[in-house]
Design a protein around this ligand. Structure first.
Ligand code: NAI
Length: 460
């Protein structure tokens, strides 16, 4: 049996960091080194102050506290981690391409390829290379080709082990996964990885498949999840014009065990670094095999999601008497969902952009997102100069200040704390009529109406 003593993970991000922390916690006899080119990120992972970890995830600080320095290490020395490891996880980012062929749809695999070339160059002993990043189906073929042509007689086995954790619940998802998926060709290599997970995951939850099923399953899982959100969001628009209530419809259909109740919450739209990128990637793959109908079917999930974000912003403009020019809109929440500081593809960014086009001024409060990140998100769009973004958007660290003298409040993230605010006090300090647009169906409509708010939610 192949014994793994040392693991390296390339990429200390939202996946690499928490995943390796749990693997190290559960396998105290294996040394786990997480490496990244980003020295600031690595320094934050090593910070003695656990509130400074680069990623906010409930419960992560305790796991890092337990394992860090014992058998969990964070470093910028990528080469020596590769050299010493028996098993190397690649957990780098795989964003949508922003240039050249496949621009706007295909996954950009340049970071993956750089990792493979670096592994090929540095390795002097046999390695198991694990694809942890989400990758287009058949990427392992390219990795094999790069790794097998090194000429230094090192044997590489490639496994696919996509990660299914959700941000905001990463630690509990890792501790108690619905399943772990491992695809590969060598039974010995597959077993080596199974053994690592088997220290805490029941064996019936560890599924092994061929490489291509594993790679494709991750894209398909995200496509199915996002499709449910777009499906219920499509119905939310129909509810608004017919008098049906999307919460009631979701409850009624979700009780059918064939449908199930999860992921049926109508909202301003899904965000995050994965859903959009992975569906676009699926669309691109289908197209590249000439499967136009398959591509069109899945692309509609994205089209619906974009529509929902714009529809939300347009409803604010329409309700505020068709102009938001010079009006103050308070944004509660900027992260793409609660319990994370991740803002990638957050609906808030696009709603803000649309309102800023109409010359609104926006004040943002989010419990975990920094002002720097919010401006970076807006600047990245390139819609207006960073000076203009700073002039039109203010970021504050008190929700009551954010809502003071606002014409309207938009709830963009479902942070639990928003529910417990003193809404009467907020109402008193706003312009009247005071509007609330609840993009997450989070707040108590009845309570807010009684206070005097004009309250709008999704699909009601
Ligand atoms: P991330 O952007 O947070 O982290 C990636 C890290 O890799 C960055 O810190 C970057 O500096 C580092 N990196 C890139 N190239 C490198 C290189 N050559 N050498 C060393 N470090 C390098 O990305 P995240 O969110 O962790 O995602 C990683 C992968 O996992 C992606 O393929 C994503 O689709 C997938 N995934 C993400 C999930 C999520 O919830 N964020 C969930 C499941 C999968």
């Amino acid at each position: 049996m192949r014994k793994i003593n040392k693991i390296a993970c390339i990429g200390a991000g939202y996946v690499g960091g928490p995943t390796m922390a749990v693997i190290a916690q559960r396998n105290p006899n294996i040394d786990v080194t997480v490496v990244d080119l980003n020295a600031i990120r690595i320094a934050a992972w090593n910070d003695a102050d656990l509130t400074k970890l680069p990623i906010y995830e409930p419960g992560l600080d305790q796991i890092v506290a337990e394992a860090r320095g014992r058998n969990l290490f964070f470093s910028t020395d990528v080469e020596s981690a590769i050299d010493q490891a028996d098993m190397i996880f690649i957990s780098v980012n795989t964003p949508t391409k922003t240039y050249g062929k496949g621009k706007g749809q295909a996954a950009d695999l340049k970071f993956i390829e750089l990792c493979a070339r670096q592994i090929a160059r540095v390795a002097t002993t046999d390695k198991i290379v694990v694809e942890k990043s989400t990758l287009p189906v058949r990427t392992a073929e390219a990795l094999k080709s790069i790794l097998h042509n090194t000429g230094n007689n090192v044997k590489f086995d490639i496994l696919s082990n996509p990660e299914f954790l959700a941000e905001g619940t990463a630690v509990s998802d890792l501790q108690n996964p619905d399943r772990v998926l491992i695809g590969g060709e060598s039974q010995e290599a597959i077993q080596a990885l199974v053994n690592i997970y088997a220290t805490w995951v029941p064996s019936e939850r560890i599924i092994t498949t061929n490489l291509w099923s594993s790679e494709l399953s991750k894209l398909v899982a995200n496509a199915f999840l996002a499709q449910r959100v777009s499906s219920i969001n499509a119905i939310s628009e129909l509810c608004e014009v017919t008098g049906a209530d999307v919460n009631e419809v979701a409850h009624a259909i979700g009780m059918d065990s064939r449908i199930g109740s999860k992921f049926l919450k109508a909202s301003v739209g899904f965000g995050g670094s994965c859903f959009q990128k992975d569906i676009l990637n699926l669309v691109y793959i289908a197209k590249s095999y000439g499967l136009q109908e398959v591509a069109d079917y899945w692309e509609q999930v994205i089209i619906m999601n974009d529509h929902q974000k714009i529809r939300f912003a347009d409803n604010i403009i329409k309700t505020l008497y068709n102009t938001v020019n010079g009006k103050n809109i308070a944004f509660l929440g900027w992260s793409f969902k609660k319990d994370t500081n991740d803002t990638r593809e957050s609906a808030a960014i696009y709603v803000a952009d649309h309102l800023l086009d109409e010359q609104a001024t926006i004040t943002v409060y989010d419990p975990k997102v920094t002002a720097e990140q919010i401006y970076a998100d807006l600047d990245y769009l390139g819609t207006r100069t960073s000076e203009e973004n700073r002039k039109l958007v203010k970021v504050v660290n008190d929700p009551y200040i954010a809502c003071q003298d606002a014409h309207a409040i938009a709830v963009l993230t479902e942070w639990d704390a928003f529910k417990t605010y003193n809404w009467k006090l907020i109402y008193e300090n706003m312009y009247k009529p005071a509007f609330v647009f609840d993009g997450r169906n989070l707040l108590d409509k009845k309570q807010l109406n009684e206070i005097g708010f004009q309250f709008y939610s999704i699909g009601q």
